[in-house]
Design a protein around this ligand. Structure first.
Ligand SMILES: Cc1cc2nc3c(=O)[nH]c(=O)nc-3n(C[C@H](O)[C@H](O)[C@H](O)COP(=O)(O)O)c2cc1C
Ligand code: SF4
Ligand code: SF4
Ligand code: FES
Length: 586
């Protein structure tokens, strides 16, 4: 049996479920092998529990709790009858959640949820370290680079730069010492792809780094992982120790001349430290601030030495490419975007979790088929792709193909894979304000336009959402956005206005309603809401008046009540309380 103990499994009570399971197994006198695993992807159904039978049948239970353990152990394990109503996936029957996996193609996540990330033997049983062995024994560094080039793999950290080309530059750089850096900073709100990969399959990322090290001629690697990911850090530490013992790290790896050491540097949670030059400054112990490029890291990176930096997911693709060949990878996806992409589905989506889909799939397919559509039967309004650097793509463009160019044409970016889904109750002006609030706080302060310009944009958006918008505010936002984009040194400032630009482009009417009519069409901006009693519906039960914290509601028993607009603080208590649907929100 396998218990889901990724971060979300733990947050949902995975350890308590496991303890209850062990207790019930003991009571029933059953000897069952129980192990842990990382993220399975179905985060919406945690705690997840897999039962693997010797005959090959596999059953996955979702939403497990300690209370369910006695019945589960008795019915499934003792009597051999799976508890049908708790199953989310099973090898012997069709279930509604099968559509969650139907369109997925799992390369990066192939082992996540399938093995114990704390056991190197499990990784090796799944083909682990065979790609490294193939590269070291059968391929020259140039052949490895060619394979990665031919695969069409592009960086998964946001910019989508061809990985093989980057490796070529680093290999061509002169200077004895070279470094490999793995970027696991992942600071975008709503993103958890890299965390899940590091927690669920740390050896796979390490193997990708080792292969990169061999290809460019580096002998040292750094994992830069945010300190808010303690489980990922713990599992990486464990994995590094295990790989050393097996001879996959250290001197003369697998008996060859290749030597490589790995270290972990925990980031302190600044979004800008995900930017490669700031990240390297941070590893060196300096303040994490971006610097001008060139020189690029491939020429002068960590401590002035040639350095190759890639994202967690980029490295996680490499062992699969080496083992299965460039052609197999390139057969997936579109002309300029090959392979698969991992997305973290979050927000108002029915099946929030971690998914990996082939490039070329549409946004609608991801949201409606893989993600099961919008929560609570509401309608799909937009999706924020690429985190705070990305943009809002409206439902009308849901048929957009997921590849670097098509997503870029909408004004959003593919980014590292955060997908925050919004329904009709989301105010697009407020969403733009939310993301700008984030980037404004995270600006390192080096560039005036990024430091001050984002502040002015944020103040304008705050005014608009409070009903204090003025004629000309939209034009002001657009002008500031343009100036910030062209005058900022790093990607943070260059992309910070994207959420505003895309929401103005696709939802300008919402901005105008806020500014001209002092109205929030999504009924989300609290200060623009107006609560009114509909006299024809009100029976005068007084329930609303009794829950109003500022006694803004008055009226006689059995007579229509009225709300004093000056006194109302828009808490919404009255709407919830009225059984006659007599209070309207405008
Ligand atoms: C503000 C900012 C934050 C970034 N955060 C990350 C991050 O968390 N993870 C990441 O891999 N790349 C991040 N990047 C991109 C990196 O600078 C770099 O391009 C990337 O790590 C290269 O790896 P790749 O080629 O494999 O994508 C960020 C860039 C900027 C400007
Ligand atoms: S653009 Fe912003 S975050 Fe980037 S270096 Fe300039 S001030 Fe710092
Ligand atoms: S709770 Fe509804 S029906 Fe009762 S007094 Fe208030 S508005 Fe009227
Ligand atoms: S972390 Fe448990 S399924 Fe995603």
């Amino acid at each position: 049996m396998v218990v889901g103990l990724g971060s979300c499994g733990i947050a949902a009570g995975g350890h308590k479920v496991k303890a209850a399971l062990m207790e019930n197994l003991k009571k029933a006198g059953l000897k069952v092998q129980v192990s842990d695993t990382g993220c399975v992807g179905m985060c919406y159904s945690e705690v997840l529990l897999d039962v693997h039978h010797k005959n090959g049948q596999v059953y996955t239970y979702g939403n497990m709790t300690p209370d369910r353990m006695p019945r589960f152990v008795d019915q499934h394990l003792t009597q051999g009858q799976p508890v049908a109503e708790w199953l989310v996936r099973a090898s012997d029957r069709a279930l509604p959640d099968d559509s969650f996996y139907a369109k997925q193609k799992r390369i990066v996540l192939r082992n996540c949820g399938q093995m114990d990330p704390e056991k190197i033997e499990d990784y090796m049983a799944h083909g682990g370290y065979q790609a490294l062995e193939k590269a070291l024994r059968k391929m020259s560094p140039d052949q490895v680079i060619k394979e990665v080039l031919d695969s069409g793999l592009r960086g998964r950290g946001g910019a989508g730069f061809p990985t093989g080309r980057k490796w070529q530059f680093a290999r061509g750089s002169q200077g004895g010492k070279k470094y490999i850096v793995c970027n696991g900073d992942e600071g975008d709100p709503g993103a958890f792809m890299d965390r899940s990969v590091l927690e669920g399959d740390p050896h796979n990322v390490m193997e990708g780094m080792l292969i990169a090290g061999y290809a460019i001629g580096a002998d040292e690697g750094y994992f830069y992982v945010r300190a808010e990911y303690p489980l990922a850090v713990e599992r990486l530490k464990l994995a590094i120790g295990q790989a050393k013992k097996k001879g996959f790290l250290g001197q003369n790896i697998m008996g060859t001349k290749f030597c490589f050491e790995m270290k972990i540097k925990e980031g302190a949670g600044a979004f800008v430290c995900g930017e490669e030059t700031a990240l390297m400054a941070s590893i060196e112990g300096q303040r994490g601030m971006p610097r001008l490029r060139p020189p690029f890291p491939a020429v002068s990176g960590l401590w002035g030495k040639p350095t190759n930096i890639n994202n967690v997911e980029t490295f996680a693709n490499v062992p699969w490419i080496i083992l299965n060949g460039a052609a197999a990878f390139a057969s997936l996806g579109t002309e300029k975007s090959k392979g698969s992409k991992v997305f973290a589905l979050a927000g108002k989506i029915a099946r929030g979790g971690l998914v990996e889909v082939p490039m070329g799939i549409t946004i609608n397919e991801i949201i409606h088929e893989v993600g099961g559509g919008i929560k609570d039967g509401r309608s799909f309004k937009a999706v924020q792709m690429g985190g705070p650097s990305g943009g809002c793509i409206p439902a009308a463009l849901g048929n957009t193909i997921v590849d670097y160019d098509s997503v870029g044409q909408t004004g959003a970016i593919m980014g590292s894979g955060g997908m925050v889904v919004m329904d009709d109750t989301t105010c697009m002006v407020d969403i733009a304000r939310f993301f700008l609030d984030f980037t404004q706080k995270e600006s390192c302060g080096k560039c005036t336009f990024c430091r001050v310009g984002t502040k002015r944009m944020l103040e304008t958006l705050e005014r608009i959402t409070k009903g204090q918008g003025k004629e000309g505010d939209i034009e002001l936002l657009l002008e500031l956005a343009e100036k910030i984009k062209i005058s900022s040194l790093c990607g943070l400032g260059q992309t910070a206005p994207n959420p505003v630009l895309t929401t103005v482009k696709y939802f300008r009417d919402e901005y105008e309603a806020h500014i001209k009519e002092k109205r929030c069409p999504a009924h989300s901006c609290k200060e623009l809401l107006k609560y009114e009693v509909v006299p024809e519906k009100c029976v005068g039960c007084t329930a609303c008046a009794r829950v109003c914290p500022v006694t803004a509601i008055s009226g006689q028993v059995k007579k229509p009540h009225v709300i004093d607009q000056e006194a109302c603080i828009k808490c919404g208590n009255c709407v919830t309380k009225c059984k006659f649907d007599a209070i309207k929100v405008r």
